[in-house]
Design a protein around this ligand. Sequence first.
Ligand code: RP5
Length: 162
Amino acid sequence: MKQIDVAIIMGSQSDWPTMKHAADILEELQISYEARIISAHRTPERMYEFAKSAKGAGFKVIIAGAGGAAHLPGMTASLTTLPVFGVPVQSQALSGEDSLLSIVQMPGGIPVGTLAIGKAGATNAALLAAAVLALSDADIDQRLTAFRAARTDAVADFPVDA
Ligand code: RP5
């Protein structure tokens, strides 16, 4: 069975438009991933099963997105030693500040690498996952380096009128 490097998990189907930005980056960098809906409060047993078996299944990094009282990244991190990157999804009630604080304020001992709210966070979670994988994969390192160089090349020296 082919090993999949990154698991993208999210609390709800409604998180997918945000988390798809992580998937898009991983596809661009030709990094294998699997995206799943896993809710800490609606499907806690699915979360437990996934997190306990993720390392054995060959995943190397977990990207976890959730909104509101966003327990998923922290609970997942408590059940595995794989690196977990948390993406605060923008909530309707509090614009994602609730998600951010829920994910970022982990007590010392169980780390969740927390990204920005929304699209930027999902994008950067994928780039961080790529950076982790690039440490032991020269092909990914090359593609990530080229990705970054393209962003640099895209910046003009001088502004122009729109
Ligand atoms: C969280 O509740 C999810 O991560 C989602 O961001 C939020 C709202 O979920 P839905 O009510 O849209 O399913 O568990």
